[in-house]
Write a protein that binds this ligand. Sequence first.
Ligand SMILES: *Cc1c(COP(=O)(O)O)cnc(C)c1O
Length: 385
Amino acid sequence: MVAKKRRFETIAIHAGERPDKTYGAISVPIYQTSTFAFADVGKSRGYDYSRTANPTRKVLEDTVAQLEGGKAGFAFATGMAAETTVIHLLTAGDHIICGDDIYGGTYRLFQNVMQDFGLEFTFLRMDRRSKIEAAIKPNTKMLWLETPSNPLLNITDIEMAVDIAGKHKLLTVMDNTFATPYFLKPIEYGVDLVVHSTTKYLNGHCDVVGGVVVTSNDELSERVQFLLNAMGTCAAPFDCWLVLRGIETLPVRMKQHEANASRVANYLAEHPAVKRVFYPGLKSHPGHEIARRQMKGFGGVVSFELKGGASATSRFLKRIKIFALAESLGGVASLAEHPATMSHASMPKEHREKVGLTDELVRLSVGLENADDLIDDLGQALKSS
Ligand SMILES: *Cc1c(COP(=O)(O)O)cnc(C)c1O
């Protein structure tokens, strides 16, 4: 009898070598070791040095690879370490087309670091085929996608982007941090490489920084493993264990994040002190139809602009209580942040203005508290703000 393909929730708990084959430990052991004794001269037991590979890391890598429907997974010290490694698939002289409203740290890596190594970047809103095609040059090698984008929640049509990439032989990379594979599986649409900051939803508890890459074919797997080992960007065993523990509850968390975020988005959309709400689950969102088609859910991040300018915004951020004023997102505890001075401060003001990231924008990571309490908190903070 052929084994049935396991479903998402089951993979999240059982993928990789579980239980551990040494003693049958149900919780994946933390192989806190730098090196491994060889069985004989020239004969390792499968692992030789933890930069190259580590059994705890391997379970995490196998788990995310299966959740994304990819070939292989690779775990990194941070999301930025994952991105740094992936961008090294290219060489000096190559050109990358990238979304213009991406995570601030990604923008900084590309614009302020990788450009000095001879890579060339064009940042643009990936909402129209003609715009992307017009930006393609003879040296273009990669399309870098982020949908929903951070912090404006703009939606890119992945099928369209992959179709363009296919015609022009471009590598496609998708930062799937916001949607997670529970809501969106880019590899099913033909994306070549998926990157994540596991710091966010995959871990989900604000107690680790980490990243992963998932590949779609063996050639890319080999090249990413080579770079991970050569550059030493890999994740530590304990951090992998924390992310594994987080992933076990990813499906139930994502469902509740979305339910709460949807309540919050609808509440804000009706509130007289609010100018504009950015949430792909709202019918008024320009990317709503595409998001509905390509995603199974809209996620847990809601951004909005207040009426009353910068002073109203800072009053709101001072008054909010359950939502902590903090960077990051995707944890069980709700957070509020001010992208212009926090997560996206590394983006120059002119670029922020060009892409519509205003000083009035607030980004909420809606957590798993009771939604009525979150709405009460928003209500008191918005009062006369
Ligand atoms: C946070 C984040 C990153 C960077 O990840 P770190 O773990 O902080 O290095 C990359 N992309 C997105 C969309 C993020 O939100």
